[in-house]
Design a protein around this ligand. Structure first.
Ligand code: MG
Length: 399
């Protein structure tokens, strides 16, 4: 099909599409991309199944400048664990060398075709795609004068409820004290990180359930750290504890093992590391390898791509656990806009690590409002968050 009288961009196989003579077209043309790598400290070191306790996170902030002088922002993280391989350097190299030449001159209102082209330029690059896709959403909102949730389906809820993740700790009493404090603040959903030692892991989960199981929802997350024998030992111990879900005990390559766990145990099994793309989620559904799945802005390539996964998963009757890697509040905002727009049920996931004050520092000027576990997305255009340039300068790293 050829559309008459337009001088917009040419899309192969589609013809010319455009906003030709409108201000919207000119407002949405991408001029340049700016990348700012930062390291942000945690309040206390954070430990997952793999590696030493982590003192902070590597965050990449992307600014997308348009010909009209507008700036859209997005965020990704280099959070290394099974299923991810990106560092700040590799993310910058993919974006600068492969994405920028394909982005400059494009109109942000051609979101889907831009993402398709970038995906095909470099396969398996969700972590690099995420800040591009979310910056596009931010710019669309700023140009149209609407919050990003309006571009993802409109407002479906007044607030989004977040949960808390508890890192692996050698000090079990301190961990129990932490849970008590978060409960006092109004949080009711907790994920206990496990994956190092099945017997010790089961002991910790048991203690948390015995102390707080009557007033909180408790889950455990193995971060792919267990082998088959370890997963069986752990599941045998926790099966009767009434956990809401046990998340990704086995490596992402062992979907058969995860399916076997889901078959053997009544405790719901959650997929995280093994779901990067829609094709992964379809395979999880086909194999009945989980009944709950988690999405993350960086892992899954931005809010737009997460929405696709939520549509697929909910259509298959799966529960959605909206998460994020530890990160700053630009990625939190993207996930919160999607959750605000989502009309179906959502679990209380670790959607906003910065907001929960786990980070010692954030990079936005005004925190996203929180009351207890409730996070509130307002009606400012786009993602509705503003970068704190002084903080960015302070935490910027030279690579
Ligand atoms: Mg996880």
């Amino acid at each position: 099909m050829k559309v008459d009288s337009v001088e917009g961009e040419t899309i192969p196989g589609v013809g010319q599409l455009g906003w030709s003579n409108s201000g919207l077209h000119r407002g949405g043309v991408i001029r340049s991309i700016e990348l700012i790598p930062v390291k942000l400290p945690f309040r206390t070191n954070f430990k997952i199944a793999f590696g030493a306790p982590r003192p902070g996170i590597d965050v990449l902030v992307l600014k997308m400048h348009t010909e009209s002088g507008l700036v859209g922002i997005g965020e990704t993280q280099a959070w290394l664990r099974q299923g991810s391989r990106d560092t700040l350097r590799s993310l910058i190299s993919i974006i600068e060398e492969q994405f920028v030449p394909r982005l400059v001159g494009k109109n942000v209102f051609n979101h889907a075709s831009i993402l398709k082209e970038l995906r095909e330029a470099v396969w398996g690059t969700n972590y690099a795609l995420a800040p591009v896709s979310d910056a596009i959403l931010d710019l669309q909102g700023k140009i149209l004068g609407v919050p990003a949730y309006q571009l993802l389906g409109g407002r479906s809820r007044e607030s989004v409820c977040a949960g808390i993740t508890l890192g692996i700790s050698q000090d079990e009493n301190a961990l129990l004290e932490d849970v008590a404090q978060w409960l006092e603040q109004g949080f009711t959903s907790f994920t206990v990180k496990v994956g190092n030692d099945p017997e010790r892991d089961a002991n910790v989960v048991e203690k948390v359930v015995h102390a707080f199981g009557d007033k909180a929802i408790i889950r455990a997350d193995g971060n792919s750290g267990m082998d088959w024998a370890g997963a069986l030992r752990f599941m045998n111990r926790v099966e009767g504890l009434g956990l809401d879900a046990v998340e990704q005990l086995l490596p992402p390559s062992d979907m058969e093992g995860m399916a076997e766990l889901a078959r053997r145990y009544n405790t719901p099994i959650m997929a995280d590391e093994m779901v990067s793309y829609a094709s992964d989620l379809l395979r999880v559904i086909q194999m009945k390898a989980a009944t709950v799945f988690q999405t993350k802005i960086a892992k899954n390539g931005g809010a737009w791509a997460c929405k696709q996964l939520w549509e697929i998963g909910s259509s298959a009757g799966m529960r959605i656990f909206p998460g994020n890697h530890p990160g700053a509040s630009v990625a939190s905002a993207a996930a919160l806009h999607l959750a605000t727009a989502w009309p179906g049920p959502l679990l209380e996931g670790p959607i906003a690590v910065g907001i929960n004050e786990v980070l010692a520092e954030d990079i936005i000027t005004e925190p996203i409002p929180r009351k207890g576990k409730h996070l509130f997305i307002g009606d400012a255009p786009g993602l509705g968050v503003t970068l704190d340039e002084d903080k960015l300068k302070h935490f910027k790293v030279e690579l």
